[in-house]
Structures are given as C-alpha cells and as structure tokens.
Ligand binder design. Structure first.
Ligand SMILES: [Zn+2]
Length: 391
C-alpha cells in the first residue's frame, strides 16, 4: 500500500509527535523537515479530527502563550489480534498513542479450514470485547495478523500452512460478524510494524525483518513505509531458492527453498528423520524443537550438521538480499539456535563470501529472540497507521 505524499507527511508528523510529545508546532518543523505551512495545515486537521489535542502552556514573557500538541489518548480505540503456532489467539486493545489498555489470550481448538479459524476468531473477539466493556462504535478497526499468505488490500487469506487452501474473505467474515471494520496482513509484516513503531529499531526507516519460526517470513521497510508487492503480497523470502532443482521439497510445491532447510519445521523434519523419531504435531513443534536443542547442547544427540547447513543457507540468502536491496539494517528474529556462537560464525562466513564485494560489512545485522506479544502490537500499529494517514 503506497502512501501519497500528503498521507506520508501526516504519518510522519504523528510519528514524531508520538516520540517527542508534548511538542510545539515550531519544533515539529525541525523534527520532520516539513515547512511551517505544511505543519500548520496538518496539525489543524488532526486537532479538528480529535486525534491531536492542544495544551496551552503559560509563559512568563510577553506575547501569545505557547501551545503544545499531544496525541489524544481518548476517543478511538484499536484492537490487534493474531494466532500463535501453539493454538492461542492473542488480542490487545490500544489507544491512539499505542498504549495498551487490555490484553486477552484465548485457546483455539484445532481446525481444518481457514473459514473455521475465522469463526473461532469471532467467538474469542466477542469475549475479549465484552470483557473490556468498550462500545463497538469506539473501536476504529480490528487489525488481524495471519501466519500465511494474505492479500492486505482485499482481506483475503490465500493460504495457511496447516489448513485447507483458501482463498477465504477472512477480514470480511470477521468484520461483518463483529460490526467493526478490519484490516488484515501477514504476521511477519506485523512484526516489522511492531519493530518500526515500538522495537529497538523504533523509528528506523530502512530495514528488513526476517522471522524464523515454523516457517520463514520477511518484511521490508523502506523510507518509513512497509513495502508490499503490487499484488498485495508480502516478500516470500523463505521461498527463495538455495538448492534449486535438486534440493529438499518445500510445502509450497517448489524444490530447494530456504524454508526447507532453515525453518523450525524443516529442522525438526530432518532431525526426526535422522533420529528415527515421529514428527510432533504442528502446535507442539516449537516446544519439541526447544527440547531437541537442549538435548543437542547436552551432547545427547548430534544434529550439528543440520543446524550448520541451516545457518549457511540463511547466510547465503541474506547475502543475496543485501546484494539486491542494500538495506540499512537486517533484523533476524528467531528461535534460540540463531543465538549460538558457532552457528553465528557459519552464518557470517556465508554472508561475507556471498555478498557483492562493494556492499560487504555495510549492513547492520541484529539477531533477536522472537516475541509473541509483538504480533498483537504490530496488528494495532497497522490500524494506527491507517488512522494517522486518513484525512
Ligand atoms: Zn517453498
């Protein structure tokens, strides 16, 4: 979703306000690089719409009192919701400042269809909204994160790894049942939004986020905007090829995808095959993976070569990405294996050797452990962006 210049300026003003409030209009000129006239027009509109409030500050000298601006914490509310791989639905309600007002966790029963999952969302959201006692009309939008292939323009879910194939009008079904409009996006895009709005990379405008979980996803921020393809799809970094034609089969139907070597699911598949163990159920996969890593650390099993191969191919893929995109930073969210020093050095070795020489060692790399709460925060941030950009 490209923003127009006007929308971009409005979001920029609100981002700077959020980071530095209370601020005077004159200070916003320096913070945003926009002209005084543009700041006056944008802030007048935001005050009129109740998104920003004015605060008069007494001054000792002569002249008009100084007026500070703040984001209005009251008024509209935003809900963000997203399922975890462990079969829970996490939901958070925030105000216009992005401050959390409530958090709910509901158990989802295993479903076989995307539509069935949408029905479960409805029940869990009804419950959370009743608990928070917030009138529906005060909720601007519900932001939904889906761990699958999603069209964020139409609200249609095309594919979720463990469920029957779509397409299903997920956003439409949930929105109609609850009487609140929805926005929907791929979970990884929401993690990037959480990183952009709340994370350590807060307000970083140019970075790529790679999320290693059961699957692998990536999202791109460029010039302060989340970039999605012209067809409304997110970047499918996990399905770029590392062993084309002759590699492992991937669930997407392709051969030799990064996902088939480096995702938690593929490492579990390879390890269980090597150890002669049954593959755990989808909702127990992350916990079983942690158990396997503990056995590996204690020297009871040896899945070292599988982990080394995963780290090597991740390095190759990130190198290709840097060569094509030249991002300022790459943030890699992952399970604990990405934190192991020996594997990290295999990653960096592959990165170094495969990046275009002129671009080597220029991109900042951040490794972070995944945080489940970031999904709901990112879903809420998606809606805040929508409010901030609209005139
Ligand atoms: Zn694939």
């Amino acid at each position: 979703m490209r923003l127009t210049d006007q929308e971009f300026n409005r979001v920029l003003v609100l981002k700077k306000l959020r980071a530095s409030e209370p601020v005077a209009r004159t200070d916003l000129v320096g913070l945003t690089g926009l002209t005084g006239g543009t700041i006056t027009a944008i802030t007048a509109d935001l005050v009129r719409r109740g998104i920003v409030i004015e605060e008069k500050v007494a001054t000792s000298g002569p002249g008009r009192p100084r007026v500070n601006l703040r984001i209005n914490p009251q008024g509209r509310y935003v809900v963000g919701t997203t399922p975890t791989n462990e079969g829970e639905l996490l939901t958070e309600i925030v105000n216009l400042r992005g401050e959390s007002l409530g958090f709910a966790k509901a158990a989802l029963t295993r479903d076989t269809t995307i539509e069935g999952l949408a029905r479960q969302f409805i029940t869990a959201l009804e419950q959370a909204l009743a608990e928070w006692d917030v009138p529906r009309e005060e909720i601007y939008r519900i932001g939904i994160g889906i761990p699958g292939i999603v069209n964020n323009r139409t609200g249609i879910v095309e594919h979720i790894i463990s469920l029957d194939s779509g397409p299903v009008d997920f956003g439409g079904i949930v929105g109609e049942a609850l009487g609140v409009a929805t926005l929907i996006d791929n979970s990884t895009n929401l993690l990037a939004r959480a990183e952009h709005w709340y994370g350590a990379a807060a307000h970083a405008d140019d970075f790529t986020l790679i999320n290693i979980d059961l699957g692998i996803g990536a999202a791109l921020y460029r010039g302060g905007q989340l970039v999605t393809g012209v067809h409304g799809m997110a970047a499918e970094f996990g399905h770029t090829k590392v062993v084309p034609d002759t590699g492992r089969a991937c669930y997407c139907g392709g051969i030799g995808c990064l996902q088939a070597y480096c995702s938690v699911q593929s490492i579990m598949e390879q390890s269980c095959a090597q150890l002669g163990r049954p593959l755990p159920d989808f909702d127990r996969m992350n916990a079983a993976f942690d158990g396997l890593m503990a056995e590996q650390a204690a020297g009871r099993i040896d899945i070292g070569p599988i982990l080394e191969q995963a780290s090597h191919y991740l390095g190759v893929s990130v190198a290709n990405h840097i060569t094509m995109q030249d991002p300022e930073a790459v943030v890699i969210l992952g399970p604990k294996f990405t934190m192991i020093e020996e594997l990290r050095s295999i990653f960096f070795d592959a990165l170094e050797r495969n990046t275009f020489p002129a671009l080597r060692r220029r991109t900042r790399l951040h490794f972070k452990l995944g945080d489940k709460g970031a999904y709901a925060r990112g879903a809420a941030a998606m809606v805040l962006e929508q409010i901030y950009r609209c005139s």
